[in-house]
Design a protein around this ligand. Structure first.
Ligand SMILES: Cc1cc2nc3c(=O)[nH]c(=O)nc-3n(C[C@H](O)[C@H](O)[C@H](O)COP(=O)(O)OP(=O)(O)OC[C@H]3O[C@@H](n4cnc5c(N)ncnc54)[C@H](O)[C@@H]3O)c2cc1C
Length: 476
């Protein structure tokens, strides 16, 4: 069976695009963090929507599970085939064509396998901005970014991926292609089905192409780093900057000295951005009219005068701006090198961010001896990456730390996955976070679109015994 299926797959995409050897497949089967290791029958790399459709139709006919994968930078094990030895890992990485850029309508049409930096560069070449920006942008792909409804540092001003997709093409679990590649700003013709696929983490079908929204490029951009005493001061700074700068405030990223000290220790030749402060707030202003820098510097001076910030460094060049951003963007890598960690990608109402960080830090460090909290995040969206460095050995279990953190998140009516998604990592915690009615709605959608349960089984929703092979998908 396996051999004949592999032969049929090779007939669709070409033998070189069906990978089975461990040296070729290992990078696809392991997750970015190196925590989850899966296995599948083969990695299949189609080059067109038609090839994707034929592969999916074959999987449907043979009831073979499919795990879609983009850049494999997801942090929820959604693209890792865990317990799915007989699955096809469908990689979109060969579908990397930017089809068109329209600087008048402000749209860009791209295949799902386009890497985010390539999309940003294509927009830039047309003097436009594609505003999604995140630490994994050199690897993450449009299909993965759509499927996880990615956020990043531009959300404060431009919203998440959900706000940046105008049209979508997807292959449904039976292999049919649904073409919604429309470049329309206004379209109220029935249900907006594409929204279901944004954030579905590959459980409803394969995203093959998208029309993305572009923006006029801000002509003046300034970055600064503030040194602060506490997350409460960060919130006060955010509020004052909104008052003083209005919508020119483009990013507001919080991180603590724990991460700055770790990176400095890992790279001793690197100069600290300023004398050590308990917390740092990276802020960026961007506008199309001249005078942004003066207004920005005046606003920053106000924060110092009011005693909200202790220190401030303003970038004098693009290079300095990039260096300041690197302190923020390098945090996941710094953390990965430092120690084993329990990650929490949570959100709470923006006004509760400081109280949440203080309360959860105290609770974790008291209940789990030897842990160290490394909290950072997009303070302007209420999204905190509340990561906990674990001591060597097995004395502290990460699921016990999760329980402590998520209980506090729940008390604030927050979310246990603000931007990384549920995947397989948070799947079993989802039912406790959503009402029975919400869970029933999610299962009904899954059943309606993927009745055989072949599409990324076991991700987001629990996989019933036998699903994805022979049984009907009917999650309890
Ligand atoms: C250093 C670092 C920084 C990060 N920073 C951020 C951040 O600031 N904000 C943020 O939101 N995330 C962040 N992430 C998480 C990650 O980059 C995002 O989740 C990203 O959107 C994943 O894209 P990908 O192409 O790598 O997807 P993958 O990891 O390959 O897949 C992610 C999910 O999408 C599904 N999928 C992938 N492609 C398709 C497709 N074409 N059709 C259907 N389903 C598909 C997969 O099955 C999986 O469930 C970060 C990750 C790293 C490693």
């Amino acid at each position: 069976m396996t051999q004949s299926l592999l032969a049929e797959l090779a007939a669709i995409v070409g033998p070189a695009a069906v990978l089975t050897g461990p040296e070729q497949t290992q990078a696809f089967y392991n997750d970015w963090r190196g925590v989850f290791a899966g296995n599948a029958m083969a990695v299949v790399r189609p080059q067109s929507t038609q090839e994707v459709a034929r592969v999916v139709a074959l999987a449907h006919a043979t009831r073979t599970p499919i795990v879609p994968q983009g850049g494999n930078t997801g942090l929820a094990a959604g693209a890792t085939p865990l317990g799915l030895d007989g699955a096809i890992l469908l990689s979109l990485s060969r579908m990397h064509r930017i089809e068109s850029v329209d600087p008048i309508g402000n749209t860009l049409t791209a295949q799902a396998g386009c890497v985010l930096t390539d999309v940003q560069a294509a927009a830039d070449a047309a003097n436009r901005l594609f505003p999604l920006s995140l630490g994994a942008e050199g690897s993450a792909q449009i299909g993965g970014l759509i499927s996880t409804n990615a956020g990043g540092s531009g959300v404060l001003r431009y919203g998440t991926m959900r706000a940046l997709v105008l049209g979508l093409e997807a292959v449904l679990p039976d292999g049919s292609v649904v073409d919604g590649l429309r470049a329309l700003r206004k379209d109220n013709a029935g249900y907006d089905w594409k929204q279901l696929f944004i954030g579905a983490e590959g459980t409803l079908g394969i995203v093959t192409s998208a029309v993305l929204r572009l923006f006029p490029k801000p002509r003046f951009q300034t970055t600064a780093l503030l040194g602060l005493a506490s997350p409460s001061d960060a919130l006060r700074a955010f509020s004052r900057l909104q008052d003083l700068l209005g919508d020119t405030l483009a990013a507001c990223e919080l991180f603590s000295d724990t991460t700055v000290s770790l990176r400095s220790a890992q790279q001793p030749s690197l100069a600290r951005p300023m004398a050590a402060q308990p917390w740092y707030l990276l802020v960026e202003a961007a506008a199309s009219l001249e005078g942004t820098r003066d207004a920005f510097e005046a606003a920053l001076a106000t924060l110092i005068d009011a005693g909200i910030a202790n220190d401030c460094v303003v970038a004098e060049s693009q290079r300095q701006s990039d260096e300041l951003w690197e302190w923020r963007e390098s945090i996941p890598e710094t953390e990965k090198r430092a120690a084993r960690s329990a990650k929490h990608d949570v959100s709470v109402p923006i006004v509760d961010v400081p109280r949440f960080i203080e309360e959860a830090t105290l609770a974790v460090e008291t209940a789990h001896r030897g842990t160290r909290v490394l909290a950072f995040g997009h303070v302007g969206d209420g999204n905190v990456h509340f990561n906990v460095l674990l001591p060597d050995g097995d004395a502290v279990r990460s699921d016990a730390v999760n329980a402590t953190v998520h209980a506090i998140v729940t008390a604030y009516r927050g979310s246990i996955t603000a931007e990384h998604g549920v995947g397989r990592y948070r799947r079993d915690e989802l039912p406790a976070q959503r009402s029975p009615q919400e869970m029933a709605l999610m299962r009904a959608v899954k059943r309606a679109i993927d009745p055989l349960g072949i599409m990324n089984p076991g991700s987001v929703l629990a996989m019933p015994p036998g699903a994805g092979s022979t049984s009907e998908y009917s999650p309890a």
